[in-house]
Ligand binder design. Structure first.
Ligand SMILES: C[S@@+](CC[C@H](N)C(=O)[O-])C[C@H]1O[C@@H](n2cnc3c(N)ncnc32)[C@H](O)[C@@H]1O
Length: 353
């Protein structure tokens, strides 16, 4: 199963909803309006609207990202190798609990790869929701094309507005890959999502950014040292790197280059600087497992493949990638290294009563 930004890699995915409901069509009392001031609700609605537009626009140009990747996640040949361990962990978790998990809700499902994969490979069923109508259209088209539309369906809606009655009741598993951090006020929202949409004793599998202040200081020093050195400095595409770095910082969400950076809701979340590990550990649910991935493998791949001009060095890096990934996966078991991991994965079980 692919890791993140709209990745069409890994066992990729499934389902169709011919006429996706648009945002705001649900007419029960949305969670987002209970106990919150009018201005907070208005502000959140503006962010969600901007978020939907951002991902719609990103879906329009996504092929350009694969043609000229700015991050390892958009280089499928390498990404498949880097995320392999994560795929194995997720598969093992799902297979072990196959008897207890049938219906899955994928929160912020993007193009639907996870549900497509689960229904294709494991025969599971589910619903994917996302605020981007274009992502949902792609998810539904792929499900139709792959003959999975009877097992998974996709809906354009803000997760906070989803009524379980709309989608056939509560779910056995809540899944989210890189989308919970797009929900401003996650600490208050997560318990509401669980209460409303997960059956008692159901499972949660969440994979979110972990160390979002960049990379381990020593690694950063090493990569910058190489980039600034006389010999290697000429081989790194510093111009493209700077373009991507400034895109990540721009506040002009309408600029095309901004689509390579963080989305409006993601920016808001990181602006609040929450400790997602702590949020996951203090949900009050049983923490079955937590894993960390990509302490340095992703950053090295960006430096020595994505932003590397020399074809020879790219080739050499590619050959050595299995070793880098194996070392990364091994070291990520230890707190000393995994505190810098790009991604954390949390497996939780809700109380049965
Ligand atoms: C980084 S993308 C991850 C997409 C997908 N999970 C994946 O792994 O490819 C985050 C997704 O969350 C969606 N999203 C953001 N806020 C949301 C909300 N309030 N309700 C539903 N989806 C939301 C965005 O539209 C976007 O598609």
């Amino acid at each position: 199963m692919g890791p993140c930004p709209e990745q069409r890699v890994g066992i990729a995915v499934w389902m169709t909803w011919p006429d996706p409901p648009s945002l705001g069509r649900v007419d029960f009392c949305p969670v987002s309006t209970t106990g919150r001031s009018k201005s907070t609700v208005q502000r959140e609605q503006q962010i969600i609207q901007a978020e939907a537009e951002f991902w719609d626009r990103q879906e329009d140009v996504i092929q350009e990202f694969y043609d000229r990747p700015h991050d390892w996640r958009f280089a499928p040949a390498l990404a498949n190798r880097i995320i392999k361990k994560r795929e194995q962990v997720v598969r093992r978790f799902l297979r072990k609990r196959r008897g207890e998990i049938d219906r899955i809700l994928d929160i912020g499902c993007g193009s639907g790869w996870f549900l497509h994969g689960c229904s294709d490979e494991l025969g599971m069923t589910g619903v994917g929701v996302d605020v981007s109508a274009k992502k949902i259209a792609t998810a539904n088209d792929d499900a139709q094309r792959r003959g999975l539309a009877d097992r998974c369906s996709f809906l354009t809606i803000d997760i906070m507005e989803l009524d379980p009655e709309q989608v056939g009741g509560k779910f056995d598993l809540l899944f989210a890959q890189s989308s919970l951090h797009h929900l401003p006020g996650l600490e208050e929202k997560l318990p509401v999502i669980v209460e409303r949409l997960l059956r008692p004793g159901g499972y949660m599998l969440f994979c979110e950014p972990h160390y979002d202040h960049g990379m381990a200081p020593r690694l950063e020093k090493f990569i910058w040292g190489m980039a600034r050195s006389k010999v290697f400095g000429r081989l790194f595409d510093v111009e493209f790197f700077n373009e991507v770095a400034s895109a990540a910082q721009t506040d002009d969400c309408n600029a095309d280059e901004a689509l390579r950076g963080e989305s409006p809701a993601g920016k808001q979340f990181f602006g609040e600087d929450p400790d997602i590990q702590n949020i996951m550990r203090t949900t009050g649910h049983e923490l079955l497992d937590e894993r960390y991935f990509h302490a340095f493998g992703g950053h090295l791949t960006n430096a020595f493949y994505i932003f590397m001009k020399s074809r020879v060095l790219r080739g050499l890096y590619r050959i050595s990638l299995p070793l880098v990934v194996a070392a990364d996966n091994y070291l990520c078991r230890f707190e000393r290294f995994n505190r810098y991991a790009e991604e954390g994965m949390w497996f939780l079980r809700a109380r049965a009563d």
